[in-house]
Design a protein around this ligand. Structure first.
Ligand code: ADP
Ligand code: AMP
Ligand code: ZN
Length: 217
């Protein structure tokens, strides 16, 4: 049983790492950003509501986000553990997560904080390309696909996210410092925050993450 919350600014590499970790640990990734984007694509009411916030780089309201996570967490594949990516992003969401897991007799076990300097975050976001089929992320310079514009895994077309404009990227980083960074102390005080150097290669960050998780297991 392992409930993991990946923390780190926008572009720190949470999605990149979570996609690899879920195979390693055999537990699913819950990425709230991915869930919202799925709702956008399917043009659901939730997607329409989320779009205005996402396009502005602001957070979708807590109640909406928590309800979506609650629904996902109730599915059977979440019973052995979950890697949360991009959630929680506010203290209210963290309290809600703790209550939801509490109802399952569970708790957050470890919060790896993938630390990356803000100047590097911007460079990462600027070159990000995402697979339209499997959601895997690439970087034009730091992690390019074998064939430009095509996913290595499934041949899916790569796209740049609508909210990866320069203005929105900057706003997302500001919002992170205002609303999400306070969670670092929240989890540090609980004794479950582990700092990971996110400025290393993708493979080395993955190794450090696995080691940190094995250390507490
Ligand atoms: P997040 O989910 O935290 O927003 P992503 O996983 O989407 O971050 O990564 C943002 C961008 O940075 C992507 O283009 C990804 O390929 C790239 N990236 C991720 N980790 C690293 C790393 N360790 N070194 C260089 N580039 C990275
Ligand atoms: P991400 O894919 O994590 O970069 O998230 C993209 C966007 O989705 C964010 O800028 C927010 O608008 C929204 N979002 C994702 N996760 C959350 C969350 N936990 N709380 C509020 N909004 C979120
Ligand atoms: Zn793909």
């Amino acid at each position: 049983m392992m409930y993991i919350v990946l923390m780190g600014g926008p572009g720190a590499g949470k999605g990149t790492q979570a996609k690899q970790l879920q195979k390693e640990l055999n537990i699913p990734q819950i990425a709230t950003g991915d869930l919202f984007r799925e709702n956008l694509r399917n043009e659901t009411e939730l997607g329409k509501l989320a779009r205005t916030y996402m396009d502005a780089g602001e957070l979708v309201p807590d109640e909406v986000t928590v309800a979506m996570v609650k629904d996902r967490l109730s599915q059977p594949d979440c019973a052995q553990g979950v890697i949360f990516d991009g959630f929680p992003r506010t203290i209210a969401q963290a309290d809600a997560l703790s209550a939801l897991l509490g109802e399952m007799g569970e708790q957050v076990h470890i919060v790896p904080y993938i630390h990356v300097d803000p100047a590097i975050l911007l460079k990462r976001l600027a070159g990000r390309w995402t697979c339209s089929t499997c959601g895997r992320v690439y970087h034009a310079l730091f992690n390019p696909p074998q064939q430009s514009g095509i996913c290595d895994l499934d041949g899916g077309t790569l796209y740049q996210r609508d909210d990866d404009t320069e203005e929105t990227q900057k706003r997302r980083i500001d919002v992170y410092f205002e609303q999400t960074a306070p969670l670092l102390d929240y989890y540090r005080d609980k004794g479950i925050l582990v700092e990971i150097n996110g400025e290393q290669s993708i493979a080395q960050v993955q190794k450090d993450l696995i080691q940190a998780i094995r250390n507490i297991a």
